[in-house]
Write a protein that binds this ligand. Structure first.
Ligand SMILES: *[C@@H]1O[C@H](CO)[C@@H](O)[C@H](O)[C@H]1NC(C)=O
Ligand SMILES: *[C@@H]1O[C@H](CO)[C@@H](O)[C@H](O)[C@H]1NC(C)=O
Ligand SMILES: *[C@@H]1O[C@H](CO)[C@@H](O)[C@H](O)[C@H]1NC(C)=O
Length: 454
């Protein structure tokens, strides 16, 4: 089998196949456990540090707590020993993923070297590598010139262009913005799939959808389909479970900054690490990374217009709002919670999947320097982090069959937010009609008054 794989890799036929990646997870398992006592929690922290295990939930060792579910990937080589230690310490565990590599292989499409993609048969229920997404973006803007423009936002550390779409009808009046980015963390492929799904849905349904017709006149959607492009590519070619960007540190002895800890909001104060080996390395300074700067600059420039900031992640099934760094609620907390709860209710209605609403520091864990907190800091009224499916069954390797239902339910959430925006923050046609009738009635009353007087 190994030799067979190697041959295909060398021939470059299956360039995207999971088993061509340099880092393998053969036989690795993801275990779930809930430490019941402080002692158990501390034992798990020690175990993870000692064996340098890859913690999936929560992301930081310090965040392991009694009573809270945790997920950890254990390499095949340590599996038996670790399981024995867990049993000795009477810490029951459950196997969430019995062979990580097997899942990686299953979910990385086998493809021959890319041909030009065609929009007509672009498959939104598959994961796409970056070159296909670049090509897709190009074709979307060509096909929908009237409604969509593609803009350069900055370059990645490895000098790849980062683009965003602006989707909306031209207008003389200043427009509001709904800002969405996907894939700030490389391995969260479902997020990247959602941005593409969102664009497709808007473009294919706006003409016979009253809400969208009205919204697109007054709102521009800014969509960044892949925020962390270098990391995303690396997760396709080399290490499926890569999270950060690819900037080198400490004389290139370690790589990558967690871009969602790199924003200038209580930077590196809690739930972030100054160690460049860590999954949550916050970088050398606030906004030290070119990717962070690109997005932050665009948001800073347009902040007075941005009504919603939505950043799409996985996994865990949450709609999170500021703040991660403090349990103090933001000024708009009550309204933001109400809107998110309505959205989560719609999601549940769609496929019966529960999404939990709350600020990260309350319902999940503390973190600092996230884009969601920063958006709150610069005064954006509604700022949300979506953690899409699932709850750990497949973790970061959500099977492609689940792209469709996940995107469908997420779409209902975003539409529900748009409905709220339309009701409360936009001129909508229903309001205009009511206003017109009130005017007519008022003029009639005035006429009659004068008629009666004279
Ligand atoms: C970085 O590594 C190179 C090659 O190993 C070495 O020559 C250089 O002195 C190192 N620089 C620092 C600042 O450690
Ligand atoms: C970070 O934000 C503070 C204000 O909160 C500002 O003074 C500082 O210049 C910002 N730094 C960067 C790198 O943007
Ligand atoms: C995930 O949720 C499903 C139902 O929604 C449940 O059956 C399953 O046990 C949950 N898995 C984990 C790891 O919590």
């Amino acid at each position: 089998m190994k030799l067979f794989n190697l041959w295909f890799c060398l021939l470059g036929i299956l360039v995207y196949e999971g088993f061509c990646m340099k880092v393998k997870y053969d036989g690795d398992q993801v275990l779930k456990m809930i430490p019941q006592t402080l002692k158990h929690a501390q034992f798990m922290q020690g175990l993870i540090q000692e064996w340098m295990l890859d913690l999936w939930k929560p992301v930081m060792v310090e965040q392991i707590q009694a009573g809270r579910e945790m997920h950890v990937r254990v390499p095949f080589s340590h599996l038996q020993e670790i399981k024995e230690k867990l049993l000795q310490n009477m810490l029951p565990y459950q196997i969430l993923i019995s062979d990580v590599q097997e899942l990686v292989n299953r979910n990385t499409p086998i493809e021959t070297k890319m041909q030009k993609i065609s929009l007509d048969n672009y498959d939104y229920t598959k994961y796409h590598p970056m070159d296909e997404i670049y090509d897709w973006m190009e074709q979307i803007q060509l096909k929908h010139r009237d409604l969509v423009t593609k803009h350069f936002m900055g370059s990645t550390y490895e000098l790849r262009p980062i683009y965003y779409f602006k989707i909306g009808w031209p207008s003389d009046k200043p427009k509001k913005i709904i800002f969405m980015d996907c894939g700030i963390h490389a391995r969260e492929w479902i997020a990247v799939a959602y941005c593409q799904w969102f664009v497709k849905e808007i473009l294919s349904s706006h003409s016979n959808n009253k809400l969208l017709t009205n919204v697109l006149k007054q709102v521009d959607f800014y969509v960044v389909p892949v925020f962390n492009i270098d990391g995303y590519i690396y997760s396709w070619t080399t290490e499926r479970l890569w999270r950060k960007n690819r900037s080198p540190h400490n004389n290139a002895t370690c790589y990558g900054v967690d871009l969602n800890r790199n924003f200038n909001s209580s930077w590196c104060s809690v739930g972030a690490s100054r160690d460049c080996n860590s999954q949550t390395f916050c970088g050398s300074a606030p906004a030290s990374e070119p990717e962070t700067q690109a997005v932050a600059n665009l948001m800073e420039r347009t902040k007075s217009q941005i009504l919603f900031y939505l950043t799409i992640h996985s996994y865990g099934q949450y709609i999170l709002l500021p703040y991660g760094s403090t349990t103090n609620p933001s000024v708009n907390h009550v309204e933001m919670t109400k809107v998110a709860e309505a959205a989560a209710a719609k999601m549940k209605e769609k496929h019966n999947i529960v999404y939990t609403v709350g600020s990260s520091s309350v319902v999940l864990y503390e973190n600092s320097g996230s884009s969601c907190d920063w958006a709150g800091d610069i005064g954006i009224k509604f700022s949300y982090t979506f953690e899409l499916r699932d709850n750990g069954t497949y973790g970061f390797q959500l099977p492609a069959e689940l792209i469709k239902p996940t995107c469908e339910e997420t779409m209902t959430a975003v539409i529900s937010m748009m409905e709220y925006a339309n009701e409360k923050y936009l001129e909508n046609s229903a309001k205009t009609v009511t206003f017109m009738w009130l005017n007519v009635l008022l003029s009639c009353a005035v006429c009659m008054y004068y008629a009666l007087l004279h």
